[in-house]
Design a protein around this ligand. Structure first.
Ligand code: PLP
Ligand code: COI
Length: 339
């Protein structure tokens, strides 16, 4: 069955109820094998730790309709591993990698009619999550857990897609120095909602956060990682225990070095040294690669390559990454998992 009701060219990043989602339960020390269900409502205890104490984590990955008609997942093993790390940080049980990938595949197959056609630039965004549920009131790990995966067809995360966007440095922190910044947990995103909404109110795409200890170095965007390209062609991306280790970032680190011949540095990006960059960008599953036109800091706008034109290095990284995801270019071994 096709999907005539969706205008693939107009997709943004909005909830659409798709046909089926995967649902598994953990009790008595193990996960059940999970099922697909049409119901998009969860029935959980009012005492669920996910509701009160933020005991939950999530992932984001995409399924792509490839050039040859097959369906690609991009590095799902990395999402499974990151979700296991997030679960460890919040004292939740790991979902085994095989179950994670199998759940993603089942959801993609059951919702195949929602995969944006090749050439539209869209993809099927998968949202796996683990939540603590069951009757409880104390601040302790939940007696039961749910692991679910649902999916949504998406287009660009930032309006307008692959064009430069302006960002603003927030005076708030999204995570504490030894907190949960490196885990993909809801609390970090709850903390980013007010700064993000203020940023958008003033016309910026999103807020950028500085390191929570000294407020002198760029950490990341509320929903993506930061990278900059220096005038002498180094790819620099912040290294910090409170930054989410993005899979797009990890992939760009490899591609920048092996395919573009850039020197890669994971290190400090001081906010008063933005002049070293000729280009900058935000990278993530939802954001893909979004060129950063300028960054506003203390009421001054620092423009990188241009506020309207995409820089050549950013463009090449984008072509390489999306080329691999859509099956136009051979990727490094193991990056593409066929559904
Ligand atoms: N940083 C934050 C705060 C994010 O929400 C995301 C998106 O998942 C990323 C970075 C990029 O991570 P990934 O490339 O794995 O999507
Ligand atoms: C993602 O890129 O998967 C994200 O998590 C970003 C945002 C939608 C939270």
């Amino acid at each position: 069955m096709g999907n005539e009701s969706i205008n693939w060219d107009k997709l943004g990043f909005d909830y659409i109820k798709t046909d089926k989602r995967y649902l598994a339960h953990w009790h008595d020390g193990e996960w059940d094998k999970g099922t697909l269900t049409e119901d998009n409502q969860l029935h959980i205890s009012e005492g669920s730790t996910a509701l009160h104490y933020g005991q939950q984590c999530f992932e984001g990955l995409k399924a792509y309709r490839a050039k040859d008609g097959s369906i690609n997942l991009f590095r799902p093993d990395q999402n499974a591993a990151r979700m296991q790390r997030s679960c460890s940080r919040l004292l939740m049980p790991h979902v085994p990698t095989e179950q994670f990938i199998e759940a993603c595949k089942q959801v993609v197959r059951a919702n195949e009619r929602f995969i944006p056609p090749y050439g539209t630039g869209g993809a099927l965004y998968l949202r796996p999550f683990v939540i603590g549920v069951g009757d409880n009131i104390g601040v302790r790990t939940a007696p039961e857990f749910i692991f679910s995966v649902f999916c949504i067809p998406v287009g660009p995360y930032f309006k307008g897609g692959m064009k430069p966007h302006n960002f603003v440095i927030s005076s708030y922190d999204r995570a504490a120095p030894q907190g949960t910044g490196a885990a993909k947990v809801g609390g970090n995103y709850a903390a980013s909602m007010m700064p993000g909404s203020e940023a958008r109110k003033y016309g910026f795409a999103d807020a950028i956060y500085l390191d929570p200890l000294t407020h002198s170095k760029i950490e990341e965007v509320g929903s993506a990682n930061f990278f900059g390209i220096t005038h002498d062609d180094q790819f620099i991306t912040p290294k910090s225990p409170s930054v989410l280790p993005g899979i797009t970032r990890l992939s760009l680190i490899e591609l920048a070095e092996s395919r573009l011949g850039l020197k890669v540095i994971e290190g400090d990006v001081f906010i008063d040294k933005l002049d070293q960059f000729k280009e900058a960008g935000a990278c993530g599953t939802a954001a893909v690669i979004s060129p950063i036109g300028g960054i506003s800091y203390k009421d001054k706008m620092h423009v990188f390559h241009s506020e309207t034109e995409v820089g050549p290095v950013t463009q090449r990284l984008y072509q390489e990454l999306t080329g691999i995801q859509f099956g136009e270019i051979e990727g490094p071994a193991g990056w593409i998992v066929k559904v």
